[in-house]
Design a protein around this ligand. Structure first.
Ligand SMILES: [Zn+2]
Length: 407
């Protein structure tokens, strides 16, 4: 990465400013070098400590080869704040303490991408050294993880939210049900720096008590979060022979790969700031709610309905439920005419079986913009709207998103 050193420098400066507030604050009092006359009883170390300047730097600036050979009455140049800050950065970059190296290894072993994202970087390699510096906690500083707020329980298929407050602008890392949580910065106040992560659950996630793990630097917090059983029914779907062939495993797999490649991306913070709007007009009946367990042509229940279906005549306009950028707009074999809207934060709205598509990838849409028309293309038994919300790849109940402000 050619831009890594350039980015690393301000990040190290940032880390320093946060974790070594004392020295920085004192050094800032004077940016220009000053002079000092050596007094009886002085040593280079004592002088360095008095002016809060690294002894190596003091020796270097004054051309002192042996720190023991200084004389009373000799005038020393005391470097200014800029020089001190630069020397400290260089020092830190050269020698990471053992604790920091361990954190560095841990960060390398887990995905550093969410961390990089939280720092507004697209290069995870830059985030790791900064993460490592977080581990060099000064005992005098408050612990990096200050507070965590998570739901006690989440109904299968619903999306929970965990809030974390940190002492420094470093996004937490977390896991829930084996899934990596993506933490996103939501500003700061006198309490600290606030982050949230969405906790998506699927309709087939096993009910019971689970553990939410969150880590900031080398401080880890755990909290129980229960998965509560949702009320989902089982639907037996019989496909006409002409459409049965669409269930070929190869075709299913190809489409899934295209879609998961999109759903796994987190392109930025949330683009919405209000509950999602329902994507078609009013007065349509729900024909198959989210979460219905499904069996095709008498087969076993192996999946659940990832979206919510509404019976609507062919040609009914479909409207964007929230602001976003079109991530996919093309006919798919199984899902038919398909549009995927990227709402940011790893949240995607998906519309399948459309008869017409009115947008193209990269288009920016606002709430209420028309994206296409209802149809019955692909694996479908009649004209209907299928609306599906994916959060970090997990299909969640879209109706929750129309009722509850997220996060
Ligand atoms: Zn559907």
């Amino acid at each position: 990465m050619p831009n890594r050193p350039r980015l690393l420098f301000p990040l190290i400066l940032l880390a320093l400013a946060l974790f070594l507030p004392g020295p920085m604050a004192r050094a800032q009092q004077g940016d220009n070098p000053t002079e000092y006359t050596i007094q009886p009883g002085d040593t280079l170390l004592i002088i360095a400590q008095r002016f809060d300047v690294p002894m190596d730097l003091l020796a270097q600036v004054n051309d002192i080869e042996d720190p023991n050979l200084i004389q009373v009455g000799q005038t020393l140049i005391i470097p200014g704040a800029d020089a001190v800050a630069q020397a400290r950065q260089a020092d830190l970059a050269r020698t990471l303490p053992r604790e920091a190296r361990r954190a560095l290894m841990q960060a390398s072993m887990t995905s550093a991408a969410p961390l990089a994202f939280g720092l507004g970087l697209h290069d995870a390699g830059v985030a790791i050294p900064v993460f490592a510096m977080l581990a060099m906690r000064d005992p005098a500083l408050p612990p990096p993880l200050l507070a965590m707020e998570a739901p006690e329980g989440i109904v299968q298929g619903e999306t929970g939210v965990v809030w974390v407050t940190t002492a420094a602008p470093f996004p937490p890392q977390g896991r829930f049900q084996g899934r990596t949580l993506i933490f996103i910065g939501e500003g700061r106040d006198e309490a600290g720096f606030h982050y949230f992560a969405l906790m998506p659950t699927g309709a087939l996630d096993k009910p019971g008590e689970k553990t939410l793990s969150v880590r900031v630097g080398n401080v880890a917090w755990k909290q129980p979060v229960a998965i509560l059983a949702g009320q989902y029914e089982t639907q037996h779907i019989v496909l006409p022979p002409s459409k049965g062939g669409l269930l070929e495993p190869k075709k299913l797999k190809d489409e899934r790969e295209i879609l998961y490649a999109i759903w796994d991306r987190v392109t930025g913070p949330p683009r919405w700031n209000a509950p999602f709007k329902f994507p078609i007009g009013e007065g349509f009946a729900r024909t198959s709610p989210y979460g219905t367990r499904r069996s095709y042509n008498g087969g076993p229940v192996s999946s659940f309905h990832a979206g919510s279906d509404w019976g609507a005549p062919e040609g009914t306009p479909i409207l964007a439920p929230a602001p976003g950028v079109i991530a996919l707009a093309e006919p798919l074999t199984v899902r038919g005419g398909a549009v995927v809207i990227d709402h940011g934060a790893g949240v995607y709205s998906n519309f399948w079986h459309m008869s017409r598509i009115d947008v193209k990838p990269g288009d920016v849409v606002q709430t209420g913009d028309q994206i296409g028309l209802v149809g019955t293309t692909g694996l479908s038994t009649g004209a209907h709207l299928h609306w599906e919300i994916r959060v970090n790849g997990v299909a969640v109940d879209p109706m929750q998103w129309t009722k509850t402000p997220m996060p």
